[in-house]
Ligand binder design. Structure first.
Ligand code: ADP
Ligand code: MG
Length: 259
C-alpha cells in the first residue's frame, strides 16, 4: 500500500451505501474506496468494488452474501490478514486512527494480535495446546503476562468449559471448540471481534447456542462484532445488516426491495 500525504478526495457515498442507522457512538472502522481484485488467467475479477463505510463502537454488523461474494475477503482486509488492491481500512485505537492498509505485513500482524479477535468457521484451535493454553496464547503473544490465567479461566467459565481446561481440542465437540475460540477471541480485550461464518460448521441447535454466547460476550464487553454468516436468524439480532452483492455493500432493506 502506498501512503500518501495528499488530502483524500471525499468518497462518493451513493444513497444505497448510506448506513441504515444513525448511531451516536464513535466510528471504529472506516473503509475508504476499498477495492480487491483477483487476477486469474489474465482476467481481473473485482471482488470488492470501492467500498465506503463506517462502523461504530459496540455495533453488531451482520454481513450476508452468497458464497463467493467476498465476505471472507472483506473480513481479511479489515483484520489485515490480506492487503487490498487499492483503498484503505482505518481502525480507531484510542486517540489515533490506524490505517491498517498502510502498515507492513509484520505491523499488521502485531496490530491484529493486540487488537482484533477472530472466530473462524473451522475453529482454528492449536491441536497441541490444551483448551486453557489455546485461550492464554493471545495474551502471551500480546505480552500481557499478568493475570493471564485468571482472565482465560473466567472466560472459559463464561462459555461453560471450566471443566475442560486441560482437554485437547480433538477431545471436544465442534460446538465446544467454537466456544473455546470465542473465549480466545475476547481474552486480550480486543477493539473488535470478527467472525467468519462462526456457525457454518455446526448443527443448527449448537449453532444457536454458540451464536448466543458470541453475542452475549461481545455485547457485555462493549465490543464491535462484525460477522459474516449464512444464518438468516442472526440478521434479526444485528444492529445493521449488509449484503455484499456484485462487490458492493447494500443495505438489507434495499436488497430486499430490489428483489
Ligand atoms: P465468501 O467468503 O463470500 O464465500 P470469498 O471472499 O472467499 O467469498 O471469495 C470471493 C471471491 O474471491 C471468490 O470468487 C473467490 O474465488 C475469489 N478469491 C478468494 N481468494 C482468492 C485468491 N487467493 N485468488 C483468487 N481468487 C480468490
Ligand atoms: Mg467465506
Amino acid at each position: 500500500m502506498i501512503v500518501t500525504s495528499q488530502p483524500r478526495t471525499q468518497p462518493d457515498i451513493t444513497p444505497e451505501q448510506k448506513p441504515s442507522v444513525s448511531p451516536t457512538k464513535p466510528v471504529l472502522i472506516r473503509l475508504e474506496r476499498l477495492c480487491k481484485a483477483y487476477t486469474e488467467a489474465g482476467q481481473s475479477h473485482m471482488v470488492l468494488d470501492e467500498l465506503n463505510r463506517e462502523f461504530y463502537t459496540g455495533e453488531f454488523v451482520c454481513l450476508l452474501g452468497k458464497s463467493g461474494s467476498g465476505k471472507s475477503t472483506l473480513l481479511n482486509l479489515i483484520s489485515g490478514i490480506d492487503a487490498p488492491t487499492s483503498g484503505d481500512v482505518m481502525i480507531r485505537d484510542g486517540a489515533r486512527e490506524v490505517t491498517i492498509t498502510a502498515l507492513s505485513e509484520h505491523a499488521r500482524t502485531l496490530f491484529r494480535r493486540n487488537h482484533i479477535g477472530i472466530v473462524f468457521q473451522f475453529f482454528n484451535l492449536i491441536p497441541t495446546l490444551t483448551v486453557l493454553e489455546n485461550v492464554t496464547l493471545p495474551l502471551e503473544l500480546a505480552g500481557k503476562a499478568n493475570g493471564t490465567r485468571d482472565r482465560a479461566v473466567a472466560l472459559l467459565e463464561r462459555v461453560g468449559l471450566a471443566n475442560r481446561l486441560a482437554s485437547y481440542p480433538d477431545k471436544l465437540s465442534g460446538g465446544e471448540q467454537q466456544r473455546v475460540a470465542i473465549a480466545r477471541a475476547l481474552v486480550h480485550d480486543p477493539l473488535l471481534v470478527l467472525a467468519d461464518e462462526p456457525t457454518g460448521n455446526l448443527d443448527d441447535e449448537t449453532g444457536v447456542t454458540v451464536l448466543k454466547l458470541l453475542l452475549e460476550l461481545t455485547r457485555d464487553a462493549g465490543k464491535t462484532l462484525f460477522m459474516a454468516t449464512h444464518a438468516p436468524d442472526v440478521a434479526e439480532q444485528a444492529d445493521r445488516v449488509l449484503h455484499l452483492v456484485h462487490g458492493k455493500l447494500v443495505n438489507d432493506q434495499l436488497a430486499k426491495s430490489n428483489g
